[in-house]
Design a protein around this ligand. Structure first.
Ligand SMILES: [Zn+2]
Ligand SMILES: [Zn+2]
Length: 411
């Protein structure tokens, strides 16, 4: 084990007495951190690891039903206490279980003003983020550039053993491959020992390896687990249940979501599934290792990474900007017209983002990006385009702006 015991000993003997010293004597402590420690009713200094986990808990809170903020789904627990307890072994640092839950919860709440997670942190009514200590802020600034998936990969280190080694939740990409298979074999009862399910397991393992969930050559899902997923899809499928048969009925939210999005569009889904597999076979590792963005398309993580890698291709972006400058003499957002140079002066010169407009389901088939596939958009419009599934097209975004402006001028 690490030097946990040592650390906590030093902390309790050094920090607790410090609270009772005259202020001049505790000047050597970082001021903001000490304030924070007192505010959350704690006398021990919180470790960097604990702050990171608290940040993860706040940021990845599952608020998908819009009602109750629940622990991140990646933890696979229903209650918040259950979530805190997963980190107790690694991070308790000499605290009792109650103290530990309390500190982790309060530290989590510090970050709540940064995220729309349905919980009003203690910052309610204060300026956004103003209650963050320097260390809290540094964590946010570092991690905001990375996707939730990467954050969880880091946080996983601090989980209790059993959970750390549990299979990760099914990803959209894997479910896409499984659902595509189901739609092509709708009347077939999937047997784990069958050749077909074995082949499907190998395909899904390929996806898992590309996403960094497993090592190449190992199996991510057992044939039993895959057969169970297929039966879940059967339970949604009227073609299957109309014959009086029943599938399993414990499908999770993501399965339901995918079923609703794609079961009526089998050709589209086949294109997406083939696109994912082809990309894994042909792509350079660079794209697959591309930092996962904080948003994910309906079509899954792999195609999302391809999308982002294409729109951040610096050579293409440069060409696109050059072409627009030559044609229009300025760089304005194609959705709202915003011009960074006009608003911010020199600092905004040649500043604008690129959005890749090709439907993401086609990315697998089109290796090359041409300039006409890219649109110039301001950072706000770009974020809105990706903010929800399905993503907006440029026309969707324009239409939304017009709609809102119209209703505002009428109201
Ligand atoms: Zn814009
Ligand atoms: Zn984009």
């Amino acid at each position: 084990m690490r030097t946990r015991g040592l650390k906590s000993e030093r902390r309790t003997t050094r920090l607790i007495p410090c609270l009772f010293l005259k202020s001049s004597n505790r000047d050597h402590l970082v001021g903001t951190e000490m304030e924070k420690v007192r505010d959350i009713g704690e006398t021990r200094k919180r470790s960097d690891d604990m702050i990171l986990v608290a940040y993860f808990l706040s940021r990845c809170t599952d608020f998908s039903d819009g009602k109750v903020p629940r622990p991140p789904t990646s933890l696979g627990v229903d209650s918040w206490n259950g979530a805190y307890d997963l980190f107790f072994d690694a991070l308790s640092d000499g605290r009792s279980q109650q103290q530990f839950r309390h500190t982790l919860r309060n530290t989590r709440d510090i970050f709540d003003s940064l995220f729309d997670n349905g919980r009003k942190g203690w910052s309610d009514g204060q300026k956004r983020g103003s209650e963050l200590s320097e260390r809290d802020r540094a964590v946010h600034e570092h991690w905001i550039r990375n996707g939730d998936e990467d954050l969880f990969c880091k946080v996983r280190e601090f989980l209790v053993e059993q959970v750390r080694h549990r299979n990760p939740d099914w990803t959209r990409d894997e479910l896409i491959i499984a659902l595509d298979y189901h739609l092509n074999h709708r009347n077939f009862d999937p047997r784990p020992q069958s050749e077909e399910v074995g082949e499907l397991a190998r395909r899904i393992a390929k996806v898992g390896a590309a996403l960094g969930l497993i090592e190449h050559g190992s199996l991510l899902r057992t044939p039993d687990a895959i057969a169970m997923k297929l039966r879940n899809f059967s339970s949604f499928d009227p073609q299957y249940t109309d014959n009086g048969r029943k599938g399993l009925t414990n499908g999770n939210r993501l399965e339901v979501e995918l079923w609703e999005e794609f079961s009526g569009l089998p050709d589209e889904l086949a294109r997406v599934a083939n696109g994912i597999l082809e990309l894994i076979d042909t792509s350079n590792a660079e794209i697959l290792a591309f930092d996962a963005p904080e948003f994910e398309a309906s079509e899954g993580r792999i195609l999302t990474r391809v999308h982002v890698s294409r729109e951040r291709n610096s050579t293409l972006v440069k060409k696109k900007k050059g072409a627009a400058l030559r044609k229009h003499g300025c760089l304005a957002c194609e959705v709202c017209g915003f011009d960074f140079l006009q608003t911010y002066g020199e600092r905004g010169r040649e500043f604008i983002e690129c959005h890749h407009t090709l439907p993401i389901s086609l990315l697998g088939e089109h290796g090359k990006t041409s300039l006409s596939d890219l649109a110039l958009v301001c950072s706000n419009c770009h974020r809105m385009i990706h903010a929800q599934r399905p993503w907006w097209s440029i026309d969707d975004a324009r239409a939304a702006l017009i709609r809102v402006n119209r209703s505002r001028s009428q109201g």
